[in-house]
Design a protein around this ligand. Sequence first.
Ligand code: B16
Ligand code: MG
Length: 217
Amino acid sequence: PIKACLFDLDGVLVDTAKYHYLAWERLAEELGFVFTPEDNERLKGVSRMASLDILLEVGGLELDDATKSALADKKNRWYVEYISHMDEQEILPGALAFLRELRENGILIALGSASKNAMTILNNTGLVPYFDAIIDGTKTASAKPDPEVFLLGARELGAQPQECVVFEDAEAGIEAAKRAGMRSIGIGSPKVLGAADAVVPSLQDMTTVRLLELVSH
Ligand code: B16
Ligand code: MG
């Protein structure tokens, strides 16, 4: 039986990757190098400091911890300004209908995001009331692929890992679900998310019945 669904935020319910990119690219420009949309793919699902390390690697820069922390803060201030303009229009296609349907069918819903800005995004898009538990980057010590974020979500919902299904767009997130002992559905390309139990292009047309079909084999 499926008791709970755990959702990643960026790339599954909303597309904040474009705002992360705008901010990282702006930082790279200030530092004097180009950061491309392809480079940005490597940042999906990765924590803020780990993202900065990847960015600096692309730019061939080695900086001390204090400088890095100041750069991460600067990037975050820009990012927070970008997401302050978000509204419900930015919820990805199919997401709202699916969340409503899960609720009607008595399936519990949790957020499992690496972002420390998740509450701002949920508030601006009106998504808060759909969640029975919200676990984000302010509540976790270890980033995905560590299973912590999903295990905390299951615990708060009172669900066992084998009763949970994770929806994720990042490879590290699918690995985190596996390590948590949960089933997972990848949102995106099977090439990247092949380790998931099933992969779909988006939440468009996702239903509880379809979910059961996808994870029961
Ligand atoms: P912040 P998710 C992740 O969100 C993003 O995919 C990733 O690109 C970002 O670096 C990370 O959150 C941290 O975000 O800087 O806001 O704390 O996919 O786990 O919902
Ligand atoms: Mg994601």
